[in-house]
Design a protein around this ligand. Structure first.
Ligand code: PBG
Length: 336
């Protein structure tokens, strides 16, 4: 309908008419946030019966494996479909070759086994990237010049993804942004018999300043050598490139793709969903969580309403689901 048809349509056309009653607001509502849309990221640490508060993420705790399994049961009870697991290892487990990333009995691998044992119906998504395990905090292996080398890194990522699948991970989620890793991981999973292990690719992952609190949470911030990840994560100025990255990862075998961060990149979510029409996820990252919490703590924003509005925005943009540190609270709000 052209603009001219609307001109002068008032009072015949009164958009407020449908907003006047709850029944009609419900009838014409275009999008809905449900608990089925939510994925909760979880940080896991060594030990027993211990929690550690993440300073820059109020309300987010790192959990030992035993407490993680208790949490998993509560999440199933709430109806949350899946969690995304992030191991936080001791500095002594970090090395230049990141070998702890693929140890069959490593922290992530043990956590996956415990989760699948305690709550088999909860989907477990693992992070495939080397940053928790490298002494320099970068997502890949570093050469003498400080450059993150692609193909050697991919070989380690393949071993890491395989170890996750062998431990029982339902979904492996490469967040490293190396070229060609989805195809390499898919091939290795197929050869090893893990034909139904899903891949959720962090396909359009930007070199963002919003990851700061996460790097505190996994302890990779203090030691991030080189200072930035711009030689592999995407330039925040680019949109077309996100479509290219997503198309490549789909061609290599990704089942689902992700855009990250979330709220400042909803235009990218929209474009990816419209052009590629595949399962598309977005990550409301640690910095987005932290800034919301800061505003809530100051009484500047209304906590519950803003949490739900922020997540609904992802759905309106076209996302099929959201990774969010608010997942558990949002599920509780949606239950009411
Ligand atoms: C690392 C990884 C990061 C996040 C998820 N996986 C940080 C980074 O790339 O530096 C960020 C998540 C968040 O900020 O909530 N592979």
């Amino acid at each position: 309908m052209s603009i001219s048809l609307h001109r002068g349509a008032y009072p015949n056309t009164r958009p407020r008419r449908l907003r006047a009653h709850d029944f009609s607001r419900r009838l014409v509502r275009e999008n809905q946030l449900t608990t089925d849309d939510l994925i909760l990221p979880l940080f896991v640490i060594e030990g027993r019966g211990e929690t550690q508060q993440v300073a820059s993420m109020p309300g987010v705790e790192r959990l030992t494996v035993d407490l993680l399994t208790a949490k998993a049961k509560a999440l199933v009870e709430l109806g949350i479909p899946a969690v995304a697991l992030f191991p936080v290892v001791d500095p002594s487990a970090k090395s230049d070759d990141a070998r702890a990333a693929y140890a069959p009995d490593g922290l992530a691998q043990r956590a996956v086994r415990a989760l699948k044992d305690a709550a088999p119906e909860l989907g477990v998504i693992t992070d495939v990237a080397l940053d928790p395990f490298t002494s320099h905090g970068q997502d890949g292996l570093m050469d003498k010049q400080g450059y993150i080398v692609n193909d050697d890194t991919v070989e380690v990522l393949v071993q890491q993804a395989l170890s996750h699948a062998q431990a029982g991970a339902d979904v492996v989620a490469p967040s490293d942004m190396m070229d060609g890793r989805i195809g390499a991981i898919r091939g290795a999973l197929e050869r090893d018999g893990h034909v139904n292990t899903q891949i959720m690719s962090y396909a359009a992952k930007y070199a963002s300043a919003y990851y700061g609190p996460f790097r505190d949470a996994v302890g990779s911030a203090g030691n991030l050598k080189g200072g930035s990840k711009v030689s592999y994560q995407m330039d925040p100025a680019n949109g077309d490139e996100a479509l290219h990255e997503c198309a490549l990862d789909l061609a290599e075998g990704a089942d689902m793709i992700m855009v990250k961060p979330g709220m400042p990149y909803l235009d990218v979510v929209r474009r990816v969903k419209e052009e590629l029409r595949v399962p598309t996820f977005a990550y409301q990252v640690s910095g987005e969580y932290a800034m919301h919490c800061a505003a809530f703590a100051n009484g500047w924003l209304a906590r519950e309403a803003v949490i739900l509005e922020s997540l609904l925005g992802f759905k309106r943009a076209g996302a099929d689901g959201v990774l969010t540190y608010f997942a558990e609270e949002a599920a509780q709000l949606l239950r009411r």
